[in-house]
Design a protein around this ligand. Structure first.
Ligand code: FE2
Length: 450
């Protein structure tokens, strides 16, 4: 009603959600009676306003005239709004101030929690240790981490990871899948992340991927240590075929990991083709193996950056194979555009996989964070809205429906990729939700509020 009468998007953003979206928040507040009274007052005031405007008055005139009949519960705020309009405040600024004065979450966006399906928590918040990544490449990052993991203690890794989890929760990020390096024989990272998972369990869903960072076959004991990590309690089988010594070793590692996941009834999440090599073919092998073992959506291909550089004809064959397998995809836009293209002059490739094209084939695609303040990435806060914002730009998802989908990617899609049970705002789901200071998902991405 308000939208059709005023025809002003700002007014819709400020007033309509106040009247419509209040119920979920009211249900969880202790002073529900007072807030219901105020919601009723806002509703009555907006209805009166709409009828006056219909009679031909401008918005400003109608607001000014409405003071006398404004219900007591919101009269102080409306009186201030009128005073600002009379003082020649711009209408938009006056309405925004009005919204601030109401200071009521009933006008905000209620959404299920943010979810991150791709992270490296054993390395997070270690930026500069043992030194910064001078080349900015994936390979120097792997090398630096190889040094750091030998000097990092369990206690230090736990402390960094728990601190990051605190950051995450403060931003509404309540489920994270993290890859844990299983390369060193000491497996201190696995021990540390299992402890973190135990500590944060009351408030954050943490999935652990056994991740052979230096290769399943390339690293000494790579396969044995991955299996030890699974036996210790990791939830997901991981891999890195493009880092094996040969394409054949990479393909064999994918087959091995898919078989391991199928035999153990676990999920599979492979760092797959994280290169600029247009001839990297591990995602093709992965899709075939996922189909062979019937893993479907229990399997996710992370990064898939080589697809950015692949021949278009080849991709036209590849995408149906991925769709047929039912596997999901996790690009990591902040990291992909930072690490990829480092060997290019100009034009410089951006390295993001083909997101819209995969979605057009019905493939579930989420956005992952990957790194915050570690050997691979020198920035980051854990805010999944930043991740979606960057993904929106790099994938050129600028149509209103595409922008809204970017929000869905860091909520519902990521939850589906992680196989979270009871996720969502439907009856019967886990009562976990976030309130964002925005009128809708697109505005949430534009403003990225706390
Ligand atoms: Fe990663």
């Amino acid at each position: 009603l308000v939208a059709s009468v005023f025809g002003v998007p700002l007014v819709v953003a400020v007033l309509l959600p106040l009247a419509v979206l209040g119920l979920p928040v009211l249900l969880v507040t202790s002073d529900g009676g007072r807030r219901i009274a105020r919601l009723d007052a806002i509703s009555e005031w907006t209805r009166n306003l709409a009828s006056v405007i219909t009679a031909g008055q401008s918005l400003e005139q109608a607001v000014t005239a409405s003071v006398r009949s404004t219900p007591e519960a919101v009269r102080p705020q409306v009186t201030n709004l009128v005073a600002r309009l009379r003082s020649r405040w711009p209408t938009e600024a006056a309405l925004l101030e009005f919204a601030d004065e109401l200071d009521d979450a009933t006008g905000d966006l209620v959404a299920p929690p943010l979810v991150d399906p791709h992270f490296h928590m054993d390395a997070t918040l270690s930026y500069g240790l043992p030194r910064v990544n001078a080349s900015g490449t994936l390979l120097e990052g792997i090398s630096l981490w190889g040094e750091l993991r030998e000097i990092a203690t369990v206690e230090e890794m736990v402390a960094r990871a728990v601190r990051y989890c605190d950051w995450a929760v403060s931003m509404g990020l309540l489920a994270i899948r993290t890859h844990v390096d299983t390369t060193p024989d000491h497996l201190r990272g696995v021990e540390a992340m299992l402890e973190v998972k135990r500590r944060v369990a009351p408030y954050l869903d943490l999935q652990l991927v056994a991740f052979p960072q230096d290769g399943l076959y390339r690293a000494p004991n790579g396969r044995e240590n991955l299996i030890r990590a699974l036996d210790m309690g990791c939830d997901v089988v991981g891999g890195i075929p493009h880092f094996e010594r040969t394409m054949q070793d990479g393909a064999d590692s994918v087959k091995d990991m898919a078989r391991l996941a199928a035999e153990r009834g676990l999920m599979l999440d492979i760092h797959c083709d994280e290169t600029d090599d247009p001839h990297s073919r591990h995602v093709e092998t992965m899709a075939a193996e996922v189909t062979r073992h019937g893993l479907g959506a229990r399997a996710a291909g992370s990064h898939l950056t080589s697809m950015h550089s692949m021949d278009n004809y080849y991709v036209s064959k590849l995408l149906p194979l991925i769709a047929e397998s039912g596997m999901t995809a996790i690009p990591n836009p902040l990291i992909n555009i930072t690490l990829q293209g480092r060997h290019d002059s100009y034009p410089k490739r951006r390295g993001l996989t083909r997101v819209k094209e995969m979605q057009a084939m019905g493939i579930t695609v989420g956005w992952g964070q990957d790194c915050v303040l570690d050997p691979w990435y020198s920035l980051g806060t854990g805010d999944m809205l930043d991740v979606a914002f960057m993904g929106l730009h790099v994938a050129q998802m600028t149509h209103p429906a595409e922008m809204a989908r970017c929000f869905t990617m860091v909520t519902e899609n990521n939850a589906a990729i992680m196989g979270l049970q009871g996720y969502g705002l439907r009856p019967g789901c886990v009562a976990s939700l976030i309130v964002l200071d925005a009128g809708n998902p697109v505005e949430a991405l534009r403003l990225r509020p706390d």
